[in-house]
Design a protein. Structure first.
Ligand code: GUN
Ligand code: ZN
Length: 443
């Protein structure tokens, strides 16, 4: 084998299985929003999607030399997109018995203290990325800690694996232990240096990350706004309206603001690349303002149930036309799996007297997440030209799944069973930029 054939082999490959991807939002486009091929082929070249479609059509185009792998009873999906997660909280997932504010003080802050040590941060970043990829998640919007070195460690680990990741250092200058507080000026300088070091390097992007309004002074929130102004294209990532005690506290701390979102609005933090985690208890004005500014909500079902935060009125947000992604919110959330997250998302809507269609749910987990991150021309779909981030899911990963799938009468039922019963055991392979970054049997 000469060098050329090795390169060809590595840079071009085709995969045959059922394939599903979205080209728009089912809430707006109905069945036009997705393409489903029961027997499909995905052809990947140079890290991007070259072609996708029914097997007979794509195979007719596929040169003989390109390797073709076939997966019976499997489904190819775009890689999942997790629009809100904390990598330093990996080790404290499943911490018992508290709601948000006491949970932060009891578990979160002591855990995050350890990330002053960059070696420690680097070791957790590896565990975290392994876990994302084992669950088929290829892009995430990620909180670090207040320590800039926590973000250096994370980006280095993500860069080594050629992953598309967005992350930022927490800005927090009050109401937290001394070892976790910066100042408005220091957080500005540290964030700026990180933006210059990492934003736009390979597949990495930076998010300005004030933790939430109660742990920042007005001065620090203004500094966050200044960073956004000075660096067009960076993201804003924070929490919003998660817990009723938190909201009451925000009203006390910022009496001049109309509502919680207005605190961020006054600091210039809303916009197309702004992502607010939770948004459970928003008033009509806040919803309208999110929609108007094209800001996004990261809905975090497992976290909202685990921390007893509340039930998201998804229909209200959708009616307003707000961009919505899904987040696991580990460690407030209880699973890295976006399939587990979809299961809980459905149950939350059931408790609200609504439902969540399985296509709509999978849209949120893929292209909807990409849209929330303003990356819907790049990832979250399998259209030709998109980056080849995808996962191959085993629809018969457990005996119960195999038994249930045999009784599904159509693709909607199959997808709903996948969303409801699936987890990391379904993820046979995960690919980033066309390269296999997780293979189940090797673990
Ligand atoms: N609000 C402020 N900080 C946090 C956090 O770490 N997790 C969650 N779920 N909410 C927050
Ligand atoms: Zn969070």
């Amino acid at each position: 084998m000469n060098d050329k054939s090795i390169t060809d082999h590595e840079s071009s490959c085709a995969y045959r299985a059922a394939i599903l991807y979205f080209v728009g939002d089912p809430h707006q486009l109905g069945e036009q929003a997705w393409h489903y091929h029961e027997d499909g082929v995905l052809w990947v070249e140079d890290g991007h999607i070259k072609a996708v479609g029914p097997a007979d059509q794509v195979l007719a185009l596929l040169p003989q030399r390109i390797p073709l792998e076939t997966f019976a009873h499997h489904l190819i999906l775009p890689g999942f997109i997790d629009t809100h997660i904390h990598y330093p909280q990996t080790e404290m997932i499943a911490a018992y018995g508290e709601q948000l504010l006491s949970w932060l003080n009891t578990y979160t802050f002591p855990t995050e203290m350890q990330f002053a040590d960059e070696q420690y941060a680097a070791s957790v970043a590896e565990v975290f990325l392994d876990e994302l990829l084992r669950n088929g998640t290829t892009t995430a919007l990620v909180f670090g800690t207040v320590h800039p070195q926590s973000v250096d460690a994370f980006f280095q680990a993500a860069q080594q694996r050629s992953l598309r990741m967005i992350a930022g250092k927490v800005m927090m200058d009050r109401h937290a232990p001394e070892g976790l507080c910066d100042t408005a000026e220091q957080s500005y300088a540290d964030s700026k240096a990180l933006i210059e070091r990492w934003h736009g390097v390979d597949r990495l992007q930076y998010a300005v990350t004030p933790r939430f309004a109660p742990t920042s002074t007005q001065q620090q929130l203004n500094k966050a706004g200044q960073l956004l102004q000075e660096h067009p294209g960076v993201y804003l990532h924070t929490h919003l309206s998660e817990n009723t005690d938190e909201i009451a506290w925000v009203h006390e701390l910022f009496p001049q603001s109309k509502n919680y979102l207005d605190v961020y609005d006054q600091a210039g933090l809303l916009g197309r690349r702004s992502v607010f985690a939770h948004g459970i208890h928003l008033c009509d004005d806040e919803c309208a303002r999110l929609a108007e500014t094209a800001s996004a909500i990261a809905h975090c079902p497992t976290s909202n149930l685990f921390l007893g935060s509340g039930l998201l009125p998804l229909d209200k947000l959708q009616k307003q036309g707000i961009n919505i992604g899904l987040g696991t919110d580990v460690g407030g959330g209880t699973s890295f799996s976006m399939l587990r997250t979809l299961d809980e998302a459905y149950k939350i809507q059931q408790l609200r007297g609504n439902t969540l269609d399985p296509f709509q749910a999978l849209y949120f987990a893929t292209l909807g997440g990409a849209k929330a991150l303003d990356l819907d021309q790049t990832i979250g779909s399998l259209q030709p030209g998109f980056e080849a981030d995808f996962c191959i899911l085993d629809l018969q990963a457990t005996p119960l799944m195999a038994f249930r799938m045999a009784h599904c009468r159509n693709v909607r039922e199959t997808l709903f069973a996948l969303n409801t019963l699936g987890d990391d055991r379904c993820v046979e392979r995960t690919y980033a930029l066309g390269r296999c970054v997780h293979q189940k049997e090797f673990k």
